[in-house]
Design a protein around this ligand. Structure first.
Ligand code: XUL
Ligand code: CO
Length: 437
């Protein structure tokens, strides 16, 4: 069956095109520096939001009723996979991502669930081959099942810890089979609702034990994907342990896990943590922890994770700037962890959401590349720190001084500061955004 009947594929038509079902900026073959857009951006379609989502919100039922969701059991899983790969092929994304419960229906027994997975995985594999699509990451959903009421790997119930391990074990096996580039841990229930009944230190020790066992198992079966932690400060849990990049990094350092993990940064999670997207990317890059990106945007007027498709060219420019400074995303990619609004009820709205997201980051990539090539910001930053290039500054960075020498120096020196030039920089960025072709 064909579900997306409007087009056979989304072409690149350039900035003057008036065709809403065409890319204006994303030309997958266009070279930006030494790589093509396709290679830099590594776009991925999120199975859950694109094919399972019905548009329900805390106050209203589902509004979106796509034809591929009119089935049940394994027929449902197969119809959804058929629609998914028709879409992925037409939009031209090289990757996709899924949770276990996205590709088959949640069932109460682990045995029945795994049996359905065993049935759908070869179907996914064959579509992947036919459409030349790769798996950016898969993950076990450790938050939706009522069993996870106290958490998963941080549950106060050891049986739930074991159940969580069984779910991750299965996904690592599937990841290996499908050649997953990464495995994501997002700990929606790994946190606490009340400190009054919580032993945080114990829960964090258990979380680390869980991750070490996952690493051991991956090694045992030859799973070669990169492990990723996806921070989020809250929602659904009041306080999530992987609050932001900084707290995830501190956790990984404490438990000797930095060699095995990188971070998957989601824009809307950064917003909820009170950070900008580029802050989180910069923090990860500075610590060699930037792994992958969930590309979306939030709404500053709403206090929850609205998971909108990214349309903000300014934010996309600054985030692509960080990604280029990082030399790209390695095994990672830009995964559209984004959903259309509940009023966008047609299959074609899914195409429009991805088109605008892919065009936004393609444009951001071009602007960021020009900024870097011209050293437009780099030369300002270099100048700002120039006092460390010679004299006392050089002594500091080469470890050739101490508090005695610094104090002697300070007593004899009149300090003169230079301007930070923020307004000028904002003007330069605007100019680059407006004048990129
Ligand atoms: C939830 C979220 C998840 C993770 C994967 O906010 O972002 O979909 O990306 O579990
Ligand atoms: Co996400």
């Amino acid at each position: 069956m064909t579900y997306f009947t409007d087009v056979s594929h989304i072409p690149f038509e350039g900035r003057s095109s008036a065709n809403p079902l065409a890319f204006k900026y994303y030309d997958e073959t266009e070279k930006v520096g030494d790589k093509t857009m396709k290679e830099w951006l590594r776009y991925s379609v999120a199975y859950w939001h694109t094919f399972n989502e019905g548009g329900a919100d805390p106050f209203g039922a589902a509004t979106i009723n796509h034809k591929w969701n009119h089935y049940s059991g394994i027929d449902q899983a197969k119809a959804r996979a058929e629609a998914a790969f028709e879409f992925i092929d037409k939009i031209g994304a090289p990757f996709f991502c899924f949770h276990d419960v996205d590709v088959v229906s949640q069932t109460d027994s682990l045995q029945a669930f795994n049996k359905e997975l065993d049935e759908i995985v070869p179907v996914l594999h064959s579509y992947m081959k036919d459409t030349n699509t790769e798996l950016l990451w898969n993950t076990a959903n450790l938050f939706i099942d009522p069993r996870f009421l106290h958490g998963a790997a941080t549950s106060s119930n050891a049986d739930v810890f074991a159940y969580s391990a069984a779910k991750v074990k299965k996904q690592l096996e599937i990841g290996k089979e499908l050649g997953a580039k990464n495995y994501v841990f997002w700990g929606g229930r790994e946190g606490y609702e009340s400190l009054l009944n919580t032993d945080m230190g114990f829960e964090l020790d258990n979380l680390a034990r869980f991750y070490h066992m996952a690493i051991d198992y991956a090694k045992e079966i030859g799973f070669e994907g990169q492990f990723l932690i996806e921070p989020k400060p809250k929602e659904p849990t009041k306080h999530q342990y992987d609050y932001d990049v900084a707290s995830a990094f501190a956790f990984l350092q404490k438990y000797d896990l930095t060699d095995h993990f990188k971070i998957n940064i989601e824009a809307n999670h950064a917003t909820l943590a009170g950070h900008s997207f580029e802050h989180e990317l910069h923090y990860a890059r500075a610590n060699n922890m930037l792994g992958s990106v969930d590309a979306n945007q939030g709404d500053l007027l709403l206090g929850w994770d609205t998971d909108e498709f990214p349309t903000d060219i300014y934010a996309a420019t600054l985030s692509m700037y960080e990604i280029l400074k990082n030399g790209g995303l390695g095994n990672g990619g830009l995964n559209f962890d984004a959903k259309v609004r509940r009023t966008s009820i047609d299959p074609s709205d899914l195409l429009h959401g991805h088109i605008v997201g892919m065009d936004t980051f393609a444009y951001g990539l071009k602007v960021a590349h020009r900024l870097l090539e011209d050293r437009a910001l780099e030369s300002i930053i270099e100048n700002r720190y120039s006092s460390f290039k010679e004299g006392i500054g050089q002594d500091i960075v080469t470890n050739n001084t101490d508090f005695h020498k610094l104090a002697d120096y300070a007593h004899q020196t009149e300090i003169t500061n230079i301007s930070g030039r923020q307004e000028m920089i904002r003007g330069i960025i605007n100019q680059y955004i407006l004048e990129t072709n």
